[in-house]
Design a protein around this ligand. Structure first.
Ligand SMILES: CC(C)(COP(=O)(O)OP(=O)(O)OC[C@H]1O[C@@H](n2cnc3c(N)ncnc32)[C@H](O)[C@@H]1OP(=O)(O)O)[C@@H](O)C(=O)NCCC(=O)NCCS
Length: 163
């Protein structure tokens, strides 16, 4: 049975492993960036995930005990930036990513906007978020225009606390 709960510190290494597996295909497609680095989700450190578990909203999806996906929400003022929505290979296409996204939005009901960046070289990404109410706000090009990145936004009516 799939459950979604807040990530604990001990989940961080598994979250990083899943993130690396989930973004491996995108990493191969993109290759090295201009600065010689890998794409941000592959270059991210364990410490960065630990910091988000401690200070932000981090959720994991479990199939019984096994962690099969994760997402993080970084809140500044009234806006949340969605980071690293990932589902483990073999669990993709079964609704886990959608459940994580919806759970994050429910958990952060106080914000008025959700923002994210996604790579348009991966054909399904933009339509996945559009199906969840996100709109394409801007397309930017990186690494000598090789990489089109979609900036996507969803505006929501913030829940009034105490209501
Ligand atoms: C994108 C991602 C989070 C979606 O999670 P998911 O659990 O596979 O998605 P769901 O089962 O909830 O929804 C399936 C839909 O997602 C889309 N999708 C995007 N990438 C997909 C993938 N690799 N495999 C299957 N579906 C994918 C499809 O359009 C699919 O629609 P369909 O059912 O009409 O075919 C997941 O596939 C993943 O981890 N991908 C690699 C990392 C990534 O790109 N993260 C998001 C970009 S910021």
């Amino acid at each position: 049975m799939l459950t979604i709960e807040s990530a604990s510190l001990e989940d961080a290494p598994t979250m990083l492993d899943i993130q690396r597996r989930a973004f491996a295909k995108e990493g191969r497609r993109v290759g090295s960036l201009e600065d010689g680095q890998q794409i941000p989700p592959l270059a991210e450190s364990l410490e960065s995930i630990i910091e988000h578990i401690q200070t932000q909203t981090a959720l994991v999806a479990r199939d019984d005990e096994r962690i099969v996906g994760a997402v993080r929400g970084i809140v500044t003022d009234q806006a949340c930036v969605i980071r690293a929505l990932v589902v483990d290979i073999g669990y993709q296409g079964r609704g886990v990513g959608s459940s994580l996204l919806q759970a994050l939005e429910r958990k952060l009901a106080q914000v008025s906007r959700f923002d994210l960046t996604t790579n348009m070289l991966m054909e399904n990404n933009v339509t996945f978020y559009e199906r969840h109410g996100y709109r394409l706000a801007e397309v930017t090009h990186h690494s000598q225009k090789r990489i089109p990145l979609a900036q996507m936004t969803k505006r929501v009516a913030p829940a009034i606390s105490g209501a």
